[in-house]
Design a binder for this molecule. Structure first.
Ligand code: BYC
Length: 323
C-alpha cells in the first residue's frame, strides 16, 4: 500500500477536479484564502442591498417595486448562504460581522457608488449583476464544495437580476428622449466601475496565482473582464446606447474588443474607503445591525424557550417510561 501525505492527497483531489469538503485536510493558506474571498463576497451581497434598497419606495410602478424588492431579498439570501459556507472553514458569523462593521473587511468597490436616478436600477442590474454572473458562473466549479454549491443557486437568481436590469434599460432606451438620456447617463457612470469589479490587472493581483492553482478561481481577473466587455458591448448595441470608451475597438486578430485604460487610482481609492459612498454604506449597515438587536434577542429567547420545552417533554417521557 502506498502511503501518501495529507498534502499529496489534497493535491491529487485538486488535480482530479474533486471538491474539497469541510472535514478534509487542507493547507492553511487555502483555508485562509477561502475565508477571505467568501466572507468578502458575503459582505458584498449584504452591502449590495443598500444602493438598490434606496429605490424600493420610489419604484415607478407596483410591478417594478415587487421585482426590485424580490431582487434585494435574494441578495440577503446570497449573503446568508455565503456566510454559512465561510463558517464551515472555522470562522464564526459574529467574527465576520465584526470585521465588516469595523471597516477591516473588504466588500466590492462597486457598492460605494451612488444610485441617483431610476435608470441606475437598470444599469446596476444589467452591468453589476452581469459582471457578477461572469465572475460567479465559474465559481459553481470552484474547488471548495460548500462554496461551489452555494454559487449554483446564487447564479440562477443573478441571471434573473441581470435580465430585469436589461429590461429596465431597454424600456428607457426605447422611451422618450429624456428617458434615453437617463439610460445613457447611468451607463456612462456604471461602465468603468463595473470593469473594476473584476479586481486589479493580473500582473498586480497578489492572490490570483495561488487561487488559480488551487482551482478556487477558474479564470483570472483580466480574462473575466475581457469576456464581460465582449458580451456587454453587443448588448449595448441592442439598447442603442454608446459605450463610454473612445478607445473601444474590435480587434480582428485577437477576436476580442480592445478597450481603454481603467483608472486604477480611482479603484484603489475606493477600496481604501474613500469612494463617494463608503462612509454612508458602513454607517447604514452598522445602524441596521444595532437596530436589529431586539430581533436577534427575540429569536434567541424563542429558541431557548423551545429548547427548554423540548427538554422538559423529554424528561416527562423518560419518567413515564421508567414508571
Ligand atoms: N472591490 O489579488 P486580487 C455581487 C481586493 S457581489 C474591492 O485579484 P482575488 C452583487 C481583493 O480582495 C460582487 N476589493 O484578489 C451583490 C484583494 O485584497 P485582499 C462580489 C477588491 O480575491 C448585490 C486585492 O484587491 N463578488 O455580485 O484573487 C447586487 C487584490 O485583488 C476588488 C465576489 O466577491 C473589488 N472589486 O480576486 C449585485 C466574487 N477586487 O483581500 C451583485 C468572488 C479585488 O488581499 N470574489 N479586490 O486584502 C472573487 O472572485 C475575487 O475575490 C475577486 C478578486 C475577483 C473579486
Amino acid at each position: 500500500m502506498t502511503v501518501i501525505s495529507f498534502q499529496e492527497h489534497f493535491d491529487e483531489k485538486i488535480d482530479k477536479d474533486q471538491t474539497i469538503e469541510p472535514k478534509d485536510w487542507m493547507p492553511e493558506d487555502y483555508r485562509k484564502t477561502l475565508i477571505r474571498q467568501i466572507s468578502q463576497h458575503a459582505h458584498s451581497e449584504i452591502v449590495g442591498m443598500l444602493p438598490e434598497g434606496n429605490w424600493i419606495s420610489r419604484a415607478p410602478t407596483l410591478r417594478r417595486k415587487a421585482v426590485l424588492l424580490a431582487k434585494v431579498q435574494d441578495e440577503a439570501g446570497h449573503g446568508l448562504y455565503l456566510y454559512s459556507a465561510a463558517e464551515t472553514l472555522g470562522i464564526s458569523r459574529d467574527e465576520m460581522y465584526a470585521q465588516l462593521h469595523s471597516g477591516k473587511a473588504k466588500y466590492s468597490s462597486i457598492f460605494n457608488y451612488p444610485t441617483i436616478t431610476w435608470a441606475d436600477m437598470g444599469a446596476v442590474g444589467w452591468l453589476v449583476d452581469g459582471a457578477a454572473i461572469m465572475n460567479q458562473v465559474p465559481l459553481c466549479r470552484t474547488s471548495y464544495g460548500p462554496y461551489a454549491r452555494a454559487m449554483v443557486r446564487v447564479c440562477k437568481e443573478e441571471s434573473f437580476h441581470q435580465r430585469q436590469g436589461f429590461e429596465i434599460m431597454l424600456n428607457l432606451s426605447k422611451g422618450t428622449e429624456v428617458q434615453r438620456k437617463m439610460a445613457q447617463d447611468a451607463f456612462n457612470r456604471w461602465w468603468w466601475p463595473s470593469l473594476m469589479m473584476f479586481g486589479p490587472p493580473d500582473a498586480e493581483s497578489p492572490n490570483t496565482e495561488n487561487s488559480v492553482r488551487w482551482r478556487i478561481k477558474r479564470f483570472t481577473n483580466d480574462e473575466l473582464r475581457q469576456k464581460f466587455v465582449d458580451v456587454t458591448v453587443e448588448q449595448a448595441k441592442i439598447l442603442g446606447l454608446t459605450v463610454p470608451d473612445k478607445d473601444l475597438k474590435w480587434n480582428e486578430e485577437r477576436g476580442h474588443y480592445d478597450f481603454g485604460v481603467i483608472d486604477w487610482a480611482e479603484f484603489k481609492n475606493v477600496v481604501k474607503g474613500n469612494g463617494p459612498c463608503n462612509r454612508q454604506r458602513l454607517e447604514t449597515r452598522k445602524k441596521a445591525w444595532e437596530e436589529g438587536q431586539w430581533v436577534r434577542d427575540a429569536a434567541m429567547a424563542h429558541a431557548e424557550k423551545r429548547k427548554a420545552r423540548k427538554a422538559s417533554a423529554a424528561s416527562t417521557l423518560a419518567e413515564a417510561n421508567a414508571a
